[in-house]
Design a protein around this ligand. Structure first.
Ligand SMILES: NC(=O)C1=CN([C@@H]2O[C@H](COP(=O)(O)OP(=O)(O)OC[C@H]3O[C@@H](n4cnc5c(N)ncnc54)[C@H](OP(=O)(O)O)[C@@H]3O)[C@@H](O)[C@H]2O)C=CC1
Ligand SMILES: O=C(O)[C@@H]1CCC=N1
Length: 270
């Protein structure tokens, strides 16, 4: 199955669908091969204007035109989106909804449905998503490979077993929202210390990019990298002491655990 020969339809054309569509177009997929079902007309109009793709409120028309359907509505809206999807035949369904299991998607689409569950993140917008992928019971190796190819256009995509996808959701699905306030708060600190806001924001964001690259490219443990920055009796160790006083590491750890548990909870709802 070649990606550039697939007709890809999105159910929902909101924030995440737009991010993924942008990645597909940037990777050379023709806009003629992408379409979207979106019931909120202002979002539909934005997608038409930004991407030049076919967008309609008629989900059945999207299913008819597509080989692969990407479910990109909120978990609570999936049942309605699928109930208006018409005959689904043996098309491949890829869901990016938080918490919703492949088993419950198969129940809604049909017991033989080919389903792949994926958890990307909002950084797909800048082609830097961290994405976890797992197959449903009827999905073939080729289906998983195709999903991996699609999500590799917007960042890093890895196959992960489904029992761990809630953990991926808490970590990389929600994670950007935990880091954005860190960047804002660090910039606030620099403004307090006298830097102008624009410079502070650029330096704060680049610091996060640089730190992330250090972890990925050196392969060193973050604690080792932290020690490289902390000079004895220097400026950094006093900041580390403050973070420890406020239990910042525990707070981040608990935020990820809470997100993972919420994802599991969503999966239990019918
Ligand atoms: N935002 C994120 O960072 C991430 C989100 N996800 C998952 O991605 C999915 C989409 O999230 P996101 O893009 O943020 O959500 P958005 O609300 O931005 O997009 C969903 C869009 O789908 C529309 N919609 C709702 N019901 C239907 C329907 N029956 N048919 C067609 N369109 C419909 C909504 O319209 P209306 O507003 O009128 O309801 C909305 O425009 C969710 O399931 C979420 O769990 C996964 C990873 C990260
Ligand atoms: O908050 C949410 O439910 C979605 C899923 C992961 C990120 N955003």
């Amino acid at each position: 199955m070649k990606l550039n020969e697939q007709k890809i339809g999105f159910l929902g054309a909101g924030k995440m669908a737009s991010a993924i569509i942008r990645g597909l177009l940037k990777s050379g997929i023709s806009k003629e091969n992408i379409c979207a079902g979106e019931k909120y007309e202002p979002s539909a109009e934005v997608a038409r204007k930004d991407f030049g793709i076919f967008v309609t409120a008629d989900n059945a028309e999207i299913v008819k035109r597509s080989d692969v359907l990407i479910i990109a509505v909120k978990p609570k809206d999936i049942a309605e989106a699928l109930s208006t999807a018409g005959p689904t035949g043996q098309k491949l369904f890829i869901s990016i909804a938080a918490g919703v299991t492949t088993a419950s998607l198969e129940e809604m689409i049909g017991k033989d449905a080919r389903v792949v569950r994926v958890m990307p993140n909002i950084c797909a917008t800048v082609l830097e998503s961290a994405t976890g992928i797992c197959p449903g019971k009827n999905a073939s190796k080729e289906d998983v490979a195709l999903a991996k190819e699609i999500f590799s256009t917007v960042g890093v995509a890895m196959e992960i077993s489904e029992d761990l996808l809630d953990a991926v959701t808490g970590l990389s699905g929600s994670g950007p929202a935990y880091i954005f306030p860190v960047i804002e708060a660090m910039a606030d600190g620099a403004v307090y210390a006298g830097l102008d806001r624009k410079t502070a924001m650029i330096l704060a964001a680049q610091t996060v990019i640089g730190a992330a690259k250090m972890v990925i490219e050196t392969g060193d443990h973050p604690a080792v990298l932290k020690d490289m920055v902390c000079s004895p009796a220097g400026t950094t160790i006093v900041g580390i002491q403050t973070l420890e006083e406020y239990s910042v590491r525990a707070a981040f750890m608990n935020a990820v655990i809470d997100g993972a548990e919420k994802s599991k909870e969503i999966g239990k709802k019918k």
